[in-house]
Design a protein. Sequence first.
Length: 901
Amino acid sequence: MPREIAKAYEPQQIEPRWGDYWVKEALFKASADAPGPVFSIVIPPPNVTGSLHIGHMLEHTEIDILTRWHRMRGYNTLYLPGTDHAGISTQRVVVKYLADQGIDYKKLGREEFERRVWKWKEEAGGQIVEQMKGIGESCDWSRERFTLSPEMTRVVREVFVRLYEEGLIYRGHYLTNWCPVCLTVLSDLEVTHEERQGHLWHVRYPLPGTKEFLVVATTRPETMLGDTAVAVHPGDERYKQLVGKKVLLPLMNREIPIITDEMVDREFGTGAVKITPAHDPNDFEVGRRHGLAEIDVMTDDGHMNAAAGAYAGLDRFEARKKIIEDLKAQGLLEKVSDHTHAIGLCERSKTIVEPRASTQWFCRMKDLAKPAIEAVEENRIKIIPENRREEYLNWMRNIRDWTISRQLWWGHRIPAWHCGDCKEIMVARETPGKCGKCGSAKLTQDPDVLDTWFSSGLWPFSTLGWPEKTADFKTYYPTSLLITGYDILFFWVARMIMLGLHFTGQAPFRAVYLHSLVRTTSGEKMSKSKGTGMDPVALNLQYGTDAMRFCLASMAAPGTDIVLSDDRLLGARAFANKIWNAARFLFMNLDKFEQGGTSIEELAAPEVREKAPYAAGGSVPLIDAWLFAQLAATIETVNDALANYRFHEAAQSVYQFFWGDFCDWYIEWVKPELLSADRERAIVAWKNLFAGFDTALRLLHPFMPFLTEELWHQLPQRAGARSIALGEFPVAQATWKNAKAQEQFGLVQEVIGAIRTLRAEMKLDPKKKVTAEFSSLDAPARSVIDANREAILRLGILSELRVSAERLPEAGGAVRSAAQFDVRITYAAETVDAATELPRVRKEIERIKKDIASKEKQLGDETFRGRAPEKIIHGMEATLEERRVELKKLTERVAQLEKGS
RNA sequence: GGGCGAUUAGCUCAGCGGUUAGAGCGCUCGCCUCACACGCGAGAGGUCAAAGGUUCAAAUCCUUUAUCGCCCACCA
């Protein structure tokens, strides 16, 4: 079985193969059949509108790592993948898409429009799911439900009607945020605020019959056309005599009253405020209190309407300019000052939002929020990371009613019918035949649709067959986990919690893990609705999907955002390459064994990996005992880290183990063993290496699925075994744990390190073999070094290693000292340059002296001795003793060096 | 205006009460050693933003300040 393995890892050749769907199908089946407890995960949808972006990669990398890990540990996993949210962004993209083809969406009619969006969803959404498969995404999409499917629509109606009957949904005339580009009302959450440099215009409103003016300040002069009053503070002496009188509204020549209201801030501007109930939230309230008329001066698309008189037809910002000019011309502009203020922008279109009074549907939140707050306070829902918990609670405690109607074409129609005759409004599950009040058949359904988050908020139970008590619902609800970005904590998560609790009495999930967001180098957020950012498909081709996944995982410390950089990606790619080449080493040896006449069945039988570490000559070699002890520790760290969603910790510990322990030490150490003339010894070495590698591969699999899959298939496997993903996740076996081996090998590592350092300092030819002396007063240490002499000679490039219990004689050579031992290299021709060595040693002495002083002080402190835990005190005493020995040795060394120079 | 977070090696970030603070990249020196130069070995580099406080013990907890992010918020 000759193996032809490329010298470097080439993901392009590997990934398409293991991105194939059969692997995943096998995974889903294995998952469904798994014997373990149910683990259900609610995950966000792929977007319909744009391409796959790097934010998805992070999200699905984390989901995929978790699910592969769970599955390998025998959990039965169910996914509830959301589908597109049928939202504003979808509609906007489709509208634009149609416009590009010269089609006006309004002329299409609602049904045709929906059909087009459907088509779009199938094409674009399908593509995204395909791409997801390509990134090693192991979610089972077969349970994906389209938001607007008949089943989902039924649930949405059911929920709407129930909430309405409970008085939690109401219809009201309020001031709402209107986006002139999206042509719909927006919830408060969909409006982002931005500081902008603007102006404060001071406008003179003439007092009829006098030459006097009342000066009001405004940031939006165009709204003055809709003014219906001017307000001052009731206690404001300056305007006392004017209250109750009228002023002339300039440009419109309309007389409007001067009223008082507590809302007015006497300090701001002139202390007199123009009141435009139809276009300002404060003014709207004032208008209500004083029974003022609302004059809407704008059209849906942000132009002035007929009520704006001469300005009708102008864009709102052109109107502003014109109004300023006209006021100036009439001498009514008192002054203009600079003013920075926060303006509301539409989250999607970035247009300036126009506050407008309109009739909308609202959902009362206070009662829904209360149990949702308690659930989190009582930890029935765990929010990770911790700091988002506070954010959630804070927001929920100050929650405001939710505008749920949208003036879109795309979404769930509100199940309300208006009677054309008596204006009665009926909310019902099914289309009513006639008006329940007057019997008229002239019924029309409310033209509005529901906010996309309304139906999304039902996801955890709407997908499981609720309100029927289905088997799925009983088994999988409440779900185990929700994974999503913290940017939709309020939009989606909070609403799922509220609605889930309200309708099922149970929290929809036990834990919410909010992952970081990937930002561009400029710090901008990459979100689904923005096409910005790096293209993950291109990055995958460049670095390999495994490298990208590993990179993301290793950076995904919870609570902070991550910025992906080429450097980090290159590092991850190097790691993938390292694994690849370690495998090559294995394969080459396997081939050598085969050529040597030992059958692969014997060397690489699946059973071989189960009994490691193997003993040679009655005992397990130190190197093998150490490796498996390190493996056990790494497995525990990984399990612990993943259980707490600490992906970076898991990834880093795997990295450290594989590169640092397995490659740098273990492989280097066993190389000659594998070629040993002693056949039995060679085979033991091989079996241990093979078992160690196989375990490491399974440990790595959740992080690097393609690479590990490929290598796993290159290794001989049990008949019928289909995928490493169906294998078992390594278990940190009790027999592997071995603190003694770790300590002993640590000493060996230290000694080899000291020898190498000396060689480098002496600038020895790397090939030059020299003699070294090791001396220690500690007998066990001496015997460990003695027992591993062979490898130390090789790794230290030594011709001889003398081990002694005596202090080293004074003369010659280069010395490295630790508390436990001294190492010296004697080589006549070369010696350490005292000029470079002396400063180093002196610096070291300074550091140690400081350390000794601080420890002596602390240990001399009675309070410390009285209160610190025993372990700390003993540890510190031992260290202090070591430091003293080191200091003594170094001081002698300085004297020696000084004498020599 | 409120809330949350960040400030640690040249860069990007871990660590978040205990004994000499870590990693990756970059840098310096030496190596193409038959798995790997996407590599190997060695090394330099940090008074953990500042000032107070709590503690036997603080990068880690508290307070204040500075700078930078993010989220929330109807002051015309």
